[in-house]
Write a protein that binds this ligand. Structure first.
Ligand SMILES: Cc1cc2nc3c(=O)[nH]c(=O)nc-3n(C[C@H](O)[C@H](O)[C@H](O)COP(=O)(O)OP(=O)(O)OC[C@H]3O[C@@H](n4cnc5c(N)ncnc54)[C@H](O)[C@@H]3O)c2cc1C
Length: 509
């Protein structure tokens, strides 16, 4: 059932077993998992079924460092940011979960093996194609057999072929609205903004959620279990805003809420150009997504785990495609050449008239950095709540690491002996503003750690110190890896759903 929160009389107090705040990829996935459960669920969503400019304006905020439009980077209505996501899916790799001595603050309290069964289930939720498992993201032999082409036969082990499998992209709100609406144990409150998560006087348990509408009236929900699923920036903002009992914000006893914000830097234009003597040497499966047996798949290059360990580097993922003439119609945004790229392209073309020039673009793994963070701004939104302020600038270590990885890519092509690589992204003393693009991935602000001094949530995604408050979404990732987050968000949410189903609520307040 769907209820418009604007129709709930002010002063109403509602009770439920499980409250889920936010109906995006995480919130909708969790609600679907609880369909048919004996417990009553309330899904509380700020927006309605469509974009509304006044509600979307609640996402406006301030930024410091990189000029970051907080309202353009996410959507505030049923389905959340999946209403405009690109659908790129890939799990994190084993190494991404490990503590690496060259990546400060790295290490998850989970391993890839712990998440593997959930990744396979998450692929079904994101509708990535029938009969595929998490292993298919790395299975070069299987995709070659299915017609995607053989992997590039580099002579060294630095770079390997991996795969993105694309979601349609699935709009979670449209796809799952009827199913959630029909569920007898779920009530979804639309146009209902959680203003504060209020705990008991000792801040041990969540007691109630204060809800406000843009029309100005308020009501409360008293849950036995509460799950915060508002996205990687808003999860931190709402904990910081929940300050009536703990002035620094809920779960923020160790000053960690909002810190360690991470984004994937997508360098605009190309990181390198590759002149190939034979166009067919790079199979079409690398150049663009191909549909095979109902799955949309693209081959990419990634550094091997052996190389990352040996060289102590950060991960990245690299897309390769034949360069179109500058200004050619229909060139995807990510493949548009930068000015430096155009100059090099013309040079390379005149040097080798018969060569085909390929471009390489990438997204890079960020370093968890405590000073990159979400704070509360002094300015307020239409509900009277302090806006989010994002302080984010990629570090010089990330720049150096990426430049060295680009150099290594050139060496791998060189050893193979088939392509001439011109690196466009090279080591510099500082990031140039024109070198920083991003993926709209908001990671790390309520990081997961066993030790409360190192993280906001524990390995079950429960906020340290609070018995009944959980967090779903990329804010719990301790590190971001080099790939898009949503498949991992969904996998972690399925794991959280299993945990919540195992809790006996009898006797809980
Ligand atoms: C342009 C773009 C392209 C992207 N492409 C990709 C991609 O290709 N692959 C990928 O993996 N990821 C991609 N992403 C990221 C992806 O969209 C997010 O990772 C994903 O949507 C996060 O899911 P979530 O449920 O945590 O948050 P969201 O989907 O953002 O949902 C949060 C929900 O909480 C609600 N909410 C917020 N505050 C409150 C409140 N106070 N009270 C009640 N409700 C509230 C919001 O209205 C929203 O519905 C992209 C993002 C953007 C913006």
């Amino acid at each position: 059932m769907f209820v418009d929160g604007r129709q709930v009389p002010s002063g109403t107090v509602l009770e439920t077993d499980i409250a889920i705040i936010g109906a995006g990829a995480a919130g909708i996935t969790l609600a679907r998992e609880l369909i048919g459960d004996s417990r009553r669920v309330m899904l509380i969503e700020s927006g309605g079924f469509d974009l509304d400019t006044d509600t979307q304006a609640l996402y406006e905020g301030e930024s410091q460092g990189v000029d970051y439009a907080l309202d353009a980077a996410r959507l505030r209505y049923f389905g959340g940011s999946t209403n405009h996501w690109g659908g790129f899916c890939r799990p994190l790799a084993e190494i991404d979960f490990e503590t690496r001595d060259w990546v400060p603050h790295s290490g998850w309290p989970l391993s890839r093996a712990d998440l593997d069964p959930y990744y396979t289930r998450a692929q079904a939720v994101c509708q990535l194609g029938r009969d595929l498992t998490a292993a298919d993201f790395d299975d070069t032999a299987a995709w070659a057999k299915r017609g995607l082409g053989a992997p590039l036969p580099f002579a060294d082990d630095a770079f390997v072929t991996r795969f993105f499998i694309y979601s349609a992209p699935l709009r979670f709100g449209e796809a799952y609205r009827d199913e959630v609406g029909r569920a007898p144990n779920i009530v979804t409150y639309l146009n209902s903004n959680v203003l504060e998560i209020v705990p008991d006087a000792m801040a041990r348990q969540v007691e109630l959620l204060r809800i406000g509408t843009l029309g100005g009236h308020t009501f409360d929900i008293r849950p036995k279990i509460c799950v915060l699923a508002c996205g990687g920036i808003e999860n931190a903002r709402l904990l910081l805003l929940s300050s009536s009992v703990q002035p620094a914000g809920l779960g923020n006893g160790n000053d960690l809420v909002g810190r360690f914000f991470m984004e994937h830097v997508h360098v605009p234009g190309q990181i390198a150009l590759i002149a190939m003597d034979d166009k067919a040497a790079i199979p079409a499966g690398y150049n663009e997504p191909k549909e095979i047996n109902g799955a949309l798949v693209r081959a990419i290059l990634m550094p091997s785990d052996a190389y990352l360990r040996r060289e102590k580097r950060l991960g990245l993922n690299i897309a390769i495609y034949p360069m179109r003439a500058p200004g050619a119609e229909g060139t995807p945004e990510a493949e548009r050449p930068s000015e430096a790229g155009i100059a090099q392209l013309l040079q390379l073309q005149s040097a080798g008239a018969s060569a085909t020039i390929f471009g390489a673009s990438c997204a890079a793994e960020p370093i968890p950095t405590p000073g990159n963070r979400v704070l509360l701004a002094a300015s307020r939104d239409a509900l009277g709540q302090n806006r989010a302020k994002l302080v984010w600038r990629p570090t010089i270590e990330e720049h150096r690491d990426l430049a060295r990885n680009v150099d290594a890519l050139g060496q791998s092509f060189g050893r193979w002996g088939r392509g001439l690589v011109k690196a466009l992204f090279t080591e510099k003393p500082a990031w140039g503003e024109d070198e920083i693009g991003w993926g709209n991935h908001h990671v790390g602000t309520t990081r997961m750690a066993i030790d409360p001094k190192q993280g906001v949530v524990d390995a079950d995604a429960r906020v340290h110190g609070l018995g009944n408050l959980y967090v779903a979404g990329s804010s719990v990732f301790p590190t971001g890896g080099p790939v898009n987050p949503t498949l991992t968000i969904v996998a972690l949410t399925l794991r959280l759903a299993d945990h919540i189903k195992s809790i006996n609520l009898t006797g809980r307040v």
